[in-house]
Design a protein around this ligand. Structure first.
Ligand code: GLU
Length: 456
């Protein structure tokens, strides 16, 4: 059984609950540490296996394989923050910098109660390959703090974010390592990070630090189209897949796991093309309506109720029924390792678009191959977020503000180009899309290592 879906990239700040704060403090203790989560399946090992498969098809120098097998830097900070009730709590924060041969480290920051070092390592590595595949001139990184966002008030989250930013110090920088939103974080948190970082620097060049993070609000230096970018990219990718096969999206059915930033935007954009959302799952439950669920109405409902449970426009179903729902396209947009072999055997879809990072287990992948269910892999399908983060970074650097149309058309071009590079590789070598996507990225990285060599 999979864990209940959390959502990829958090919902807007207005939806952050002003929780009583007391829920996180441990009785009779001023300093409480979040408990270590129990290990489930190792995401980093899964990633290494998939990488090894891709390396069989991408000629690689031995030393480059070696370099890529571990992150360059693993930063772990334990830091105290005062809670609303006056008690202190100790948090563990990670920033994993996987590789920067292609450009500054880049990647999101995850706030989740099950964040582990190995999870962040896998996510950081995926960023390296995502950027290389999309020709975004960045390397790969990821960060995270182990916490339950729903159990903290807005002011606690602000203090946690600011203290973490402070403690990362010069381990991040606008030309060195640029964080962004991921699951559990949003534009408000990015603005707190930016403001903290700016205040840690010279008054005279404060404004040059703006691009220390991406995914900011539009008013504080964000880009048009960044909020919906991951979802928009998922849909561009699905459109290419559909065009390639003469498949009509208008009237087709789909399901979404996770209804946060990524899941909800994907659904909204896909339904506008005439596709019908028949089932949704989030951390509060699963819903089904073969006549179609209106994403916009569900988004409004989630804003006031904190989850999809109880929504009147669909019937409640079990998690097993969600995964077995009849549909053309299944879109996991939540946590990693959600689609297990058992779920893969019951899926009724013909294609999976991985809006989440690493949602499919190795065993499940084998089942899907056997059942001829195609997968649009994470580093391709969900790359829209980092692509528009790159646009935001460029706009900040040049003091420009692009129109939405420009952002979308540039995003479309880059998604399309990478998609067809991946597909051409898959066709020519007779490999699956994930292997092809990773191999295209690996070839690029390998070339740069050959050209530059390794210091000294
Ligand atoms: N967290 C997103 C991802 O996994 C976006 C990262 C970014 O914009 O840097 O791709």
């Amino acid at each position: 059984m999979s864990k209940k879906a959390e959502t990829a990239e958090a919902v807007s700040p207005s939806k952050m609950k002003a929780a009583p704060g007391s829920a996180v403090s441990v009785a009779n203790a001023d300093l409480a540490r979040a408990a270590e989560p129990a290990p489930v399946e190792n995401f980093f090992e899964v990633h290494l296996t998939q990488l090894a498969r891709a390396m069989e098809h991408a000629p690689m120098q031995k030393h480059v394989r070696l370099i890529l097998s571990e992150p360059k830097n693993e930063i772990i900070v334990n830091f105290p923050v005062k809670m609303d009730d006056g008690n202190f709590k100790l948090f563990t924060g990670y920033r994993i910098q996987h590789n920067n041969i292609m450009g500054p480290y880049k990647g999101g920051l995850r706030y989740h109660h099950e964040v582990t070092l190995d999870e962040v390592k896998a996510l950081a590595a995926l960023m390296t390959y995502k950027c290389a595949l999309l020709e975004v001139p960045f390397g790969g990184a990821k960060g995270g703090i182990r916490l339950h966002t729903r159990e903290h008030s807005t002011s606690e989250l602000e203090r946690i974010t600011r203290r973490f930013t402070h403690d990362l110090g010069n381990n991040i920088g606008p030309e060195y390592d640029i964080p962004a939103p991921d699951m559990g974080t949003n534009s408000q948190m990015m603005v707190w990070m930016m403001d903290t970082y700016m205040n840690m620097h010279n008054l005279s060049d404060k404004n040059a630090q703006r691009r220390i993070v991406t995914g900011k609000s539009l008013t504080s230096g964000g880009s048009r189209g960044r909020e919906k970018a991951t979802g928009q990219g998922v849909v561009y990718c699905i459109q290419e897949w559909a065009d390639e096969r003469g498949f009509r999206l208008d009237g087709c059915s789909y399901t979404v796991q996770g209804f946060g930033n990524v899941g909800s935007h994907t659904a909204q954009i896909l339904s506008r093309l005439g596709a019908v959302l028949v089932a949704v799952q989030d951390h509060t439950g699963s819903l089904y309506n073969p006549e179609g669920i209106y994403p916009r109405k569900l988004i409004d409902y989630v804003q006031t109720h904190g989850g999809i449970a109880g929504y009147a426009g669909a019937q409640a179903i079990s998690d097993e029924e969600f995964w077995a729902a009849d549909c053309d396209i299944c879109i996991p947009a939540a946590l990693e390792l959600q689609i297990t072999a058992e779920i893969a055997r019951n899926l009724k879809c013909r294609m999976i678009a991985e809006a989440a990072n690493g949602p499919t287990t190795l065993e499940a992948e084998a089942v899907l191959r056997e059942r001829n269910i195609e997968v649009l892999p994470d580093i391709m399908a969900n790359a829209g977020g980092v692509v528009v983060s790159y646009f935001e970074w460029i706009q900040n650097k040049r003091s420009e503000s692009w129109q939405l149309q420009e952002v979308d058309s540039r995003l479309h071009f880059m998604m399309k180009r990478a998609y067809h590079e991946m597909r051409a590789f898959a066709r020519e070598r007779g490999v699956d899309n994930r292997t092809a996507a990773l191999a295209v990225a690996l070839e690029r990285i390998n070339t740069v290592y050959i050209e530059r060599g390794v210091f000294p």
